[in-house]
Design a protein around this ligand. Structure first.
Ligand code: HEM
Length: 204
């Protein structure tokens, strides 16, 4: 689904030696900023949202909901900008590794990319199909999303449930992704973790 260049952005899946051992600074900034924003959005994931809405709560009065939605929208924007950067950036590092490990890393990275796009989309589907407002920092709000409410997609699923499930899934998969990076560093002692952590001093 995503290009090989896109796949290496989250954690490098590398097959052969190349001159660069490190991701460029913009890719590293995108990676760590996205990771921090996703964890913060997860921590602020609104529990019992449906019940609160049925009780007549205005979500704009709840700082955790406003921050959750604002951080989540930031993930979407960051991911789109990051995909543009992946297409434009200098060559990503490549490392030798077992073919199965390379395939597993690639699959995991593709699923993470997909989730970073699907999480905000399913959240908008949940809000739009149930007629709840999108409430963001700075008092920004979108009260109605008729293009979602009137679309056949609105009835296709309980999008709030789907969104909560995907929110849990991204944290588990990001944890597996981080564990793989630590395994590379501690056991394989290759430069995979450092390639996303440290500025490159190698020749390009
Ligand atoms: C990567 C970004 C996101 C992550 C990791 C995430 C994670 C989660 C999680 C784990 C829950 C379930 C909370 C619980 O039941 O304890 C949740 C619920 C929710 N999130 Fe997000 N979310 C993200 C983006 C967004 C965005 C962009 C919006 C708004 C546009 C949003 C709006 C909501 C709403 C309204 C609920 C309650 C859903 C319901 O129960 O009907 N989220 N989110």
């Amino acid at each position: 689904m995503f290009s090989s260049a896109a796949a290496v952005a989250a954690l490098p899946a590398m097959t052969s030696a190349s001159s660069t051992q490190h991701f460029d600074p913009v890719s590293r900034a995108f990676h760590w900023l996205t990771a921090i924003v996703i964890v913060a959005a997860f921590i602020l994931g609104p529990e019992h949202f449906g019940r609160l809405m049925r009780d007549g709560l205005d979500p704009a009065t709840r700082w955790d909901i406003v921050w959750h939605e604002s951080l989540g929208v930031s993930v979407f924007v960051l991911t789109l900008l990051r995909l543009v950067w992946v297409a434009l950036r200098p060559a990503a590092p490549r490392f030798d590794m077992n073919p199965w490990m390379q395939r597993a890393a690639r699959m995991l990275q593709d699923v993470l990319w997909l989730l970073m796009l699907l999480l905000p989309i399913t959240a908008l589907l949940a809000l739009g199909s149930e007629g709840h407002p999108l409430t963001l920092l700075g008092g920004l709000r979108v009260d109605q999303m008729p293009f979602i409410a009137n679309s056949p997609l609105a009835e296709a699923a309980d999008w709030g449930e789907v969104h909560g499930f995907l929110g849990d899934a991204i944290l588990w998969l990001a944890g597996a992704h981080a564990a793989a990076a630590i395994y590379h560093h501690v056991v394989l002692k290759d430069g995979v973790l450092k390639s996303m952590l440290l500025p490159g001093r190698d020749a390009h």
